[in-house]
Design a protein around this ligand. Structure first.
Ligand code: SF4
Length: 224
């Protein structure tokens, strides 16, 4: 399926590198990350569940402005207060509980220890944490720990199924395998491809797809 790489090239040439994952609202390519930056990405990956990134940015800014963006400060803050700080991200009571859970988890499993794990071991461990499913776990592994695993989300499924590269009811694991079997296993490529798919879904391949002007129209079966 050469198409998968061709779609990537087309998206990259048109949209340019996306600079994911944004840290402190700044999008740029980062070859290495501090533990504080990794922590912010982990928190962002949890907050972004079922909401847009704009809402997450507000929540992260609130946490930052209240000196509440560290393991210690999150654990020292009551869940009800955390919920107020992250209100913009939606499901704020549930997410406040999850921030406490992940902070406790990181107290027992340091970021350095997690960084040194193999992908499979790290993924299993993250999936054992309440509130962390495959998409969140893979986002953390790819963007915080900079290890090569492909993140699947609703946008990825939508674009790949419309182009005809997978079934509409494809599972998370199936689509992850289809994509990773057809491109190089490379952290930078996986980072960029996922970000580009999100951008493309927002610009063209949304609920009312703009197929006439779409930049990957020639690769697409338009199975809408
Ligand atoms: S041609 Fe249409 S369906 Fe296909 S990727 Fe573009 S916008 Fe989506």
């Amino acid at each position: 399926m050469k198409q998968i790489k061709s779609i990537y090239n087309k998206l990259l040439n048109n949209y340019m590198p996306q600079g994911w994952w944004p840290i402190n609202n700044i999008y740029k390519k980062r070859t290495s990350l501090t533990n504080n930056e990794k922590f912010e990405i982990i928190i962002g990956a949890i907050l972004t569940q079922n909401t847009s990134w704009t809402n997450v940015e507000k929540a992260l800014n609130n946490l930052r402005n209240n000196n509440c963006l560290s393991i210690k400060s999150i654990l020292e803050t009551k869940q009800s207060t955390l919920a107020q700080y992250i209100k913009s991200a939606g499901y704020f009571n549930q997410k406040a509980e999850r921030l406490h859970i992940i902070a406790n988890f990181l107290l027992q499993n340091s970021i350095d220890e997690l960084q040194n794990m193999q992908i499979d071991e790290l993924r299993q461990l993250l999936l054992s944490v309440k509130g962390i499913g495959p998409e969140t776990a893979d986002s953390i592994i790819l963007y915080a720990f900079q290890k090569p695993i492909f993140v699947i989300d609703a946008y990825t499924k939508r674009i790949m199924s419309r182009t005809g590269l997978c079934r509409k009811d494809v599972t998370y694991d199936e689509l992850q395998t289809i994509i990773t079997n057809n491109i190089e296993k490379d952290t930078e490529l996986f980072n960029e491809y996922h970000a580009l798919l999100v951008e493309h879904a927002k610009r063209y391949c949304n609920n009312k797809p703009l197929c006439k002007d779409c930049i990957i129209s020639s690769f697409c079966k338009k199975l809408i």
